[in-house]
Design a protein around this ligand. Sequence first.
Ligand code: FCB
Length: 440
Amino acid sequence: MTTFEPGFLWGAATSSYQIEGAVAEDGRLPSIWDTFCATPGKVDNGDSGAVAADHYHRYPEDVAIMRELGLGAYRFSIAWPRVQPLGSGAANERGLDFYRRLVDTLLDNDIQPWPTLYHWDLPQPLEDAGGWPERDTALRFAEYAQIVHEALGDRVAHWTTLNEPWCSAFLGYATGRHAPGRQEPAASIRAAHHLLLGHGLAVQAMPDARVGITLNLSHVTAGSNADEDVDAARRIDGMQNRIFLDPLLLAEYPADVMRDLEPVTDFGFVQEDDLKTIAAPIDFLGVNYYSPMLVGHGTEARPSAYVGSEHVQHLDGGRARTSIGWEIDPHGLLDLLLRLDREYPDVPLYVTENGAAFDDEVHDAGRVAYLDGHVRACAEAISRGVALKGYFAWSLLDNFEWSFGYAQRFGLVHVDYDTQRRTPKDSARWYAGVIRRGGL
Ligand code: FCB
């Protein structure tokens, strides 16, 4: 049997726009995702988060499910457009009240609330003013963080500033595959910096809180030992991992990444002391891991999320894939955790997302196998000395999977979108057993 320490935190994760619905209730105004979904051709099947899993109204039932599973923590996100519908100015108390109710219900059920302040739903007026490429958005984010912390700080111990700034910056502003759908590679680098700056300013705005950030990191391997392929892997590692890890944990942008980006930007938007702000000590690093990356040099440049490295090709590693097309490789998670421990020691780690999309409904052997393999990788990492403190499965519920709409189901719990009926899948029962036994 593989066991974990009794204090190891077992949780599940969701995000506001993917589950809440109720997009026009209690004073909420549109975010960039409402706008993006309303733009023809952006989201599969024309889907949107307007209703989603109706969690806004059904949260008591959802917390009851969490309790049945035995979750120690629930990672959710707070919708900025509920709290500050215009992205600035006074707080909307009715929006905050929803999170007060949710947090209280979690605490009544002995489930630790793990809120994330930003899981991509930027208030539309801030995008209209230029969005994350503008420095002002970082200042607005810190103001919002302060409002939420003042409202919930007495009840919430662990805070996460951002979820996956890589997606916000590079899918939002380089490829345009995510909201706001802009295709402006140079602006996407400014967005990345201002997201990081917003994180650092938010840390300052929440004194005495335990604060972390969640990154989507990947283990990147070169397709061959040829210099060009090795260089491709260095570049993608730079733009996926180090462009965030180094400022946050080493107070600098990686020199090689800045060199790769020379044709795109001179980093003139980085002001004195920004890196000091960004590198304010954090209490934990959240790691979202789904799939490894195998890359090689390509001859043809194509528009890419990897700005400045558009000629790099993504290669097929020959492994089985989930229904969303992502290769399955628990070893990639182990390699990633070992690397973080080696190169960025001293910061406790949590896997804040890990999971799989499959078309199966309630009998989801594929998802059980995926989770089992990745939880084993976590155990192996811990046995090799990695300070991994917890694991959150993505996701508690089937939900709105961004540009894929409702077609991709990641939930431990099945949601029938016609009736909103919740049915725990085999993976939910499996996970409850892992939590009960404290291991596999
Ligand atoms: C991550 C996101 C999360 C979900 C999973 C599948 O990139 O943080 O919202 O969409 O992927």
